[in-house]
Design a protein around this ligand. Structure first.
Ligand code: ZN
Length: 160
């Protein structure tokens, strides 16, 4: 069986926070605000993977009002979710992602992000792609006050 999963997340950008994307800290004037470390791309990926497996979503697994997840490392959250999904027999075929923000530019960090995610998910870098986009001045992402991420994954399961 193969199944697709879709995930989306958005975080406000504020001064004094790190800008994290897929576990990579990118130098920037502002970073994501949030309860955890607020890695917007990893949160979208967790939702895509959990959705494809049909076992929940990021907010159910890691509630934003749970003190356990205050400043939580999103790489660790992804690890917990991915272990649960793999225990159900799922493998990742590929993962494709879009990060939308005005600043910073994602392209110079694209390979680092792909490698970070490939390591976290235990797959080859070729199975993961990441694109950076701007929002052409539209909405909060275009105004530079938010960053949005979309993730689409394909999982396969030979047990079903
Ligand atoms: Zn989030």
């Amino acid at each position: 069986m193969i199944r697709v999963g879709l995930g989306r997340d958005i975080h406000r950008l504020v001064p004094g926070r790190r800008f994290l994307a897929g576990g990579v800290a990118i130098p920037a004037e502002s970073g994501e605000a949030g309860h955890s470390d607020a890695d917007v791309l990893i949160h979208a990926i967790i939702d895509a993977l959990l959705g494809a497996a049909g076992i929940g979503d990021c907010g159910e697994f890691f509630p934003s009002n749970d003190p356990d997840y205050l400043d939580a490392d999103s790489k660790m959250l992804l690890g917990i979710a991915w272990n649960r999904i793999q225990e159900s027999g799922w493998n990742l075929v590929n993962l494709d992602c879009v990060i939308t923000c005005e600043e910073p530019k994602i392209l110079p960090y694209r390979e680092a992000i792909r490698e970070s995610l490939a390591t976290l998910l235990g797959v080859d870098t070729s199975a993961i792609f990441v694109k950076g986009k701007t929002n052409e001045g539209c909405d909060s992402t275009g105004a530079g006050t938010a960053v949005e991420a979309l993730a689409l994954c394909l999982l396969e399961n030979h047990e079903h």
